[in-house]
Design a protein around this ligand. Structure first.
Ligand code: PLP
Length: 383
């Protein structure tokens, strides 16, 4: 195993330095078996019985995530959505939760429909407004505060340390969707959060070829045991091949994220002075609300996600997206290729997203190619 003092980039690149004890392979095998042999004394000395409960292919990726996030334990899920819902379903019907108004739209819809019908009392707040969060949280009653930072797709920044203080004072837990920040830029547990969630479909895997999710906990407490039981009993597990691909993607996490962040910063700065752009939403711009908090809690960059609001409204936004050639018109984020998307078309009526907004996921192409392509599209869409 890699020495404990290794830096996070080394931990990721070597996936903790694991070597197969039998073959000396530096890459682990894939274990497709769904079941494990019982011992003659009727026990399971391997510690494994059935693949819905656990898979050896999870061990290394979970251990890498524990090391990168500074947690006590991690669990992989079939998707980020499976990971998120496992947290909310570990609460009890009647429990009160306070969640970000701006967040991954499908989770917000799930909370306002399924989770509410199931019995959770869901309150939406703007987490950058700490007074509003304090007012929404009911001491002894609120069980969970859930925030996403930077929050998709307006990239609002929540102050994790301050929110952790509010949660602690009220006897609630703080969970952070850190998909966009990644452990390269932010470590929510070190700032006081109790749980971190990643849609590993995005940067952790990074190649747009796996749907996966992950949770990392600060403590292996009773709540964590409930979450783990949810994974086994509801069956939202990751396949062994997907877990293997995820570990492969994790090895290049630092190089990918740091390069994409540098390009995103450049793109944000260049577009923020372009006459066809009304506004650039990016935590790395000094004038952006939340920039100072982002400087405190993000290290190495401000993320590779930004949004632009174009002059000319919805029609111009859709026309711009139609004209790009290097950017790909696709949903999702965190891949090696850059994506552009008109979010209001997707998110529906509960969305706080303005109709002139285009979301940009910056990949690993040359930044100048991305800027040139977008500027050409903006200028030809708005003659
Ligand atoms: N959280 C964020 C910030 C996301 O962008 C997404 C997906 O786009 C999710 C969670 C849900 O993840 P998944 O698609 O892996 O279920």
């Amino acid at each position: 195993m890699t020495e404990k003092k290794s830096s996070p980039a080394t931990i990721a690149a070597q996936a903790l330095g694991w070597i197969d004890p039998i073959t000396r392979a530096v890459v682990p095998p894939i274990h497709p078996s769904t079941t494990y042999l019982r011992d003659e004394d009727n026990g399971y000395s391997s510690g494994r019985m059935y693949a819905r409960a656990d898979n050896p292919g999870y061990d290394q990726a979970e251990a890498v995530l524990v090391a990168l996030e500074g947690g006590a334990a991690a669990a992989l899920f079939a998707s980020g959505s499976a990971a998120s819902s496992a947290v909310f379903l570990a609460l009890d019907p009647g429990d009160h939760v306070v969640v970000s108004r701006v967040m991954y739209w499908s989770l917000r819809n799930w909370l306002l429909t399924f989770a509410t019908r199931w019995g959770l009392r869901v309150e939406l707040v703007e987490p950058s407004d700490l007074e509003a969060v304090r007012a929404a949280v009911q001491p002894g009653v609120t069980r969970l505060i859930w925030v996403e930072t930077p929050a998709n797709p307006l990239w609002t920044v929540a102050d994790i340390a301050a929110l952790a203080g509010i949660a602690r004072a009220a006897g609630a837990r703080l969970a952070v969707d850190s998909t966009v920040a990644t452990p390269v830029l932010t470590r929510p547990l070190a700032l006081g959060a109790d749980l971190v969630m990643h849609s590993a479909t995005k940067y952790l895997n990074g190649h747009s070829d796996v749907v996966a999710g992950a949770l990392i906990t600060a403590r292996e407490d009773e709540f964590w045991q409930r979450i783990k039981a949810n994974r086994v009993q509801m069956g939202g597990i990751l396949g062994p091949f997907e877990a293997w691909l995820l570990l492969r993607g994790l090895r290049t996490l630092f190089a990918r994220v740091l390069l994409a962040c540098a390009s995103a910063q450049l793109i944000a700065e260049r577009l923020s002075v372009h006459p066809k752009v009304r506004e650039v939403l990016y935590p790395g711009l000094p004038g952006f609300p939340g920039h100072d908090i982002a400087r405190r809690q993000m290290d190495g960059g401000f993320g590779a996600m930004l949004s632009i609001r174009v002059q000319g409204g919805k029609t111009a936004a859709i026309a711009t997206a139609a004209r790009v050639r290097v950017w790909k018109r696709a949903t999702s984020l965190g891949g090696v290729e850059s994506f552009i998307e008109h979010r209001a078309s997707i998110e529906g009526s509960t969305s706080p997203v303005p109709p002139d907004l285009l979301r940009l996921s910056v990949g690993l192409e040359a930044a100048e190619d991305l800027i040139g392509d977008l500027v050409e599209a903006l200028e030809s869409a708005q003659v």
